[in-house]
Design a binder for this molecule. Structure first.
Ligand SMILES: Cc1ncc(COP(=O)(O)O)c(C=O)c1O
Length: 474
């Protein structure tokens, strides 16, 4: 955020609509945290609003400044506030600049080489197949299906998904337990609301992980990071927490890229059963696995405890906004109740077009083609990296749409940010560990996406990347 942006932020200089009560057993700090959180969750304080200074708030409430300071620090550690030395805290969320400057990247004409992870090659969207599916849906859909329909989504798509997910991912899916959502984004918000309604309060999340926490924070769940290593989530560390749910990416840890090992899967399932806890399995890119047989979904081991989430954002395109959840039977009612409060689901015609693609075999053919396409591009990227930076290890390349590059040991978090900044100034957009974790220890990393880069651009972009890493490692 630039200083001129900061001046535009709405500021609360006169305190907050809050009070504390010294006659109740709850501590003053807990009351203050609860009060501020309430204002954030009800959107009375929305992202970007600057809170009063500790002096103003302490004077307003008749409490000490250190107490306000500690509460602000606690809320910042939980991701609700963004703190900067010498400035008032700002409510975190979409309005706060992300750590590595997405705002700068929002000027696409300045990006010559886009190596950001997690985006498919949009030019490969199967327009002809999609049109054919849409045509067949519109030709055959009875008028009675153009009404509001089932809240869980089109029955046609839910049946197609049940077969597809069983066949391709080993998911145990009854169409009655499937919810079609507007991508993983809506699915995650829905799961958070349902977990909270079920009494869950503590949520464990992988560290690092997909880092848009607005929905999680708003739900009231308290987030605790758990480290990951080459075998995925560190389940023994999870077991030491009192969380009632965990979010995981077992097939391809996002963003590092490890696979949750068989032993960890067993341990995780044991933990889920012992605690009566739930896992949200984000299976975002499992269709793209290149060097070994696909690894079955965790959900297949514990369909009563694992909520499975999939998306069409990598296999087809994010613009479709199509995702799905397979929900344990005893969460179905709660989930439907939460869904009813805010959504009627994605457009029925698009849902049925996806079902038509799956049922006709066109979806399978498209995936086979894309797997070959991405594998060739990944191989080209790996070979460029191996010749430009032979001393650096890569991870997570067996699947997905990005490769993880371990930076030299002498590059710390600030050095990583400098590498990314240097690259950006040379027209190369990429992301580092700092974007996905503020607490993660160990080597620094870059995540190099190959979804958006043309084959011919791989070599020149990696040459720029290699010279940036070399220069900043000196
Ligand atoms: C880890 C992860 N999960 C899920 C998604 C998909 O999100 P959505 O379905 O909302 O597009 C993404 C997209 O970038 C992702 O990186």
């Amino acid at each position: 955020m630039t200083s001129s942006d900061a001046k535009l932020l709405p500021t609360l200089t006169d305190g907050l609509p809050l009070s504390v009560d010294r006659d109740i057993p709850e501590t003053l700090a807990a009351q203050l945290r609860r009060g501020i959180l309430n204002l954030i969750r009800t959107d009375a304080l929305h992202p970007g609003v600057r809170l009063p200074s500790t002096r103003v708030l302490a004077a307003q409430l008749g409490i000490s400044r250190p107490l306000v300071l500690d509460t602000y620090a606690q809320l910042a550690a939980e991701g609700y506030l963004s703190l900067r030395r010498g400035a008032r805290p700002v409510v975190a969320g979409e309005a706060v600049a992300p750590p590595d400057g997405e705002e700068v990247l929002a000027e696409p004409e300045q990006i010559r080489f886009d190596l950001r992870p997690a985006m498919p090659d949009l030019s490969m969207f199967p327009r002809r197949l999609w049109l054919r599916s849409l045509r067949s849906v519109l030709a055959n859909l009875p008028a009675s299906d153009l009404g509001y329909g089932d809240l869980r989504g089109s029955p046609v798509l839910r049946h197609a998904l049940a077969d597809y997910l069983g066949r391709v991912r080993g998911v145990i899916a009854d169409p009655a337990f499937i919810f079609v959502t507007s991508g993983f984004a809506e699915a995650r918000a829905l799961v958070c609301a349902a977990l909270y309604a079920k009494g869950v309060r503590g949520l464990a999340v992988e560290d690092p992980s997909y880092s848009d926490w607005v929905a999680v924070n708003k739900s009231g769940l308290r987030r605790t990071p758990v480290p990951v290593d080459a075998e995925g989530l560190d389940v023994p560390q999870l077991a030491a927490l009192s969380a009632g749910a965990v979010f995981v990416t077992p097939a391809h840890q996002f963003p590092i890229g490890g696979v949750l090992s068989a032993a960890r899967r067993q341990e995780l399932v044991r933990w889920l059963r012992e605690r009566d806890a739930f896992a949200l399995e984000d299976d975002y890119d499992a269709e793209f696995r290149y060097d070994q047989a696909p690894i079955g979904a965790l959900q297949g081991l514990a369909p009563d405890r694992v909520i499975y989430a999939g998306t069409a954002s990598k296999t087809l395109a994010p613009a479709l906004r199509l995702g799905w959840l397979v929900v344990p039977s005893d969460l179905v009612e709660t989930m439907a109740g939460e869904l009813r409060r805010w959504s009627e689901g994605p457009p029925r015609i698009d849902q049925d077009a996806l079902a038509a693609m799956i049922d006709s075999g066109a979806h399978d053919r498209h995936l086979r083609k894309m797997r070959r396409f991405y594998r060739d591009r990944r191989d080209r990227l790996l070979s460029c990296l191996a010749s430009a930076l032979p001393e650096l290890a890569t991870e997570g390349a067996a699947a997905g749409l990005h490769v993880t590059l371990r930076l030299p040991d002498q590059i710390d978090a600030a050095g990583e940010a400098r590498v990314i900044d240097h690259l950006r100034r040379h027209g190369v957009a990429t992301e580092g560990l700092g974007r996905y974790s503020t607490t993660c220890a160990g080597p620094r990393r870059l995540f190099i996406g190959y979804g958006r880069i043309a084959d011919s651009a791989i070599e020149p972009s990696i040459r720029i990347l290699a010279s940036a890493v070399r220069e900043l490692a000196e």
